[in-house]
Design a binder for this molecule. Structure first.
Ligand code: ZN
Ligand code: ZN
Length: 376
């Protein structure tokens, strides 16, 4: 079978024994998601997330800190370790930028401010008082408020499109002054942000990611409250600039921002933010870029490099893909508890067929090849 080796950026022919013979399949290292929400309580848990991740071709995910309660203290962290014990995918964590924890380089890989509201004063004091390390930055100007971007055809409170880039600039400059060296900007959505990141790269190590939904939709496409995401959908011009930035490798990483919720209220004002999509993220990225090698590179080696994880090709950890298969997304088939997905009903190309982890096939053609008792 042909496997894409993102380290040398070349396809290689390798002998891979699969549970069943199927034509036209190719392999990749298992995917890594640098931006996953597990929520806890009854919205998602480490079991449902594991199955959803495997069905999406992921072998490892990095959990964001805004769980219930947030990952801010040793006790909460211990609870997460306990809940994820014995799971077969690799779970890694971020710790809240505003809590008591620090990255340890083993299981807590970095800080993140995702999903936790802050203002200029709070982020300034945090940079001033924290031990410098990699920060995953949800860049938002919370002071200006606004649920959607200006121009969105909804009668609702709006925020300026420029606000994201202003926040990126503010956060990176503040961090730099207080000794922070590495910044990873989450879910960029605007052309201004892309330009700002390129400018900041003259001074600091700044990587960035994009989500499949922001590559797919603009503010005119908002159909229901599943399309209420944060950051919101921007203009078509912004979306085109994101696609261009992927082409030019200005955007480093493809991230899911998998954000499961119960059925959302139809009230845009009150509905929660987020779309749940780890199971279809690869297909969405591939469908919109039609570039299999780039999609694999940005879902495997790129995030691992930023986090300082092993990047060598390992035939014990692979995802098998049918690049020609097409399917219509149906959230009723999701293993995630979150059925709030903007891709519901949309036809995507490229299907995950199998996942091998640590030398064992654990997922093949819709079936999980392990039982929970065995691993929990
Ligand atoms: Zn965010
Ligand atoms: Zn997020």
């Amino acid at each position: 079978m042909k496997i894409y080796n993102p380290v040398i950026r070349r396809w290689q022919e390798m002998k891979i024994d699969t549970p069943a013979n199927q034509k036209g399949l190719v392999a990749s290292p298992t995917f890594f998601d640098i931006h996953t929400h597990v929520r806890l309580l009854d919205q998602e848990d480490y079991n449902s997330l594991e199955r959803a991740a495997l069905a999406g071709g992921f072998g490892a995910v990095l959990i964001q800190p805004n769980t219930k309660p947030p990952i801010e203290t040793e006790n909460v962290l211990k609870m997460h370790f306990e809940l994820a014990k014995g799971k077969i995918i690799d779970y890694y964590w971020t710790c809240s930028f505003f809590g008591q924890l620090e990255p340890d380089g083993k299981r807590i890989l970095c800080y993140s401010n995702d999903g936790i509201e802050y203002d200029t004063q709070k982020i300034f004091w945090t940079f001033k008082s924290k031990k410098p390390d990699l920060l995953l930055d949800h860049s938002q100007f919370y002071e200006v408020g606004g649920l959607f971007y200006e121009g969105t055809p909804l009668n609702i409170q709006k925020r300026p499109i420029s606000s994201e880039s202003i926040s990126i600039f503010r956060n990176v400059m503040l961090g730099l002054e207080y000794g922070f060296k590495r910044f990873h900007i989450q879910h960029v959505t605007t052309e201004f942000s892309i330009e700002t990141i390129q400018h900041l790269r003259e001074y600091a190590q700044v990587s960035c990611e994009v989500t499949p939904h922001h590559l797919f939709f603009n503010m005119e496409d908002i159909k229901n409250t599943n399309f209420k995401v944060n950051p919101p959908f921007a203009t078509e011009k912004d979306r085109q600039s994101l696609l261009e930035a992927v082409k030019k490798d200005i955007i480093d990483v493809f991230a899911t921002d998998h954000a499961p919720h119960h059925e959302k209220t139809s009230d845009f004002e009150r509905a929660a933010y987020g779309t749940s999509g780890i199971e279809v993220a690869f297909s969405a990225f591939y469908t919109i870029t039609m570039d299999l090698e780039k999609t694999i590179q940005k879902m495997t080696i790129a995030p691992r490099k930023i986090l300082g994880l092993e990047t060598d090709l390992d035939l014990g950890n692979i995802t098998v893909i049918d690049p020609e298969a097409e399917y219509i997304v149906d959230v009723r088939n999701f293993h995630s508890k979150g059925k709030n997905c903007v891709f519901d009903g949309i036809k995507l190309k490229g299907k995950i067929v199998g996942v091998k982890l640590k030398g064992k096939w654990v997922y093949w053609d819709g079936e999980f090849l392990f039982n929970d008792q065995e691993h929990s």
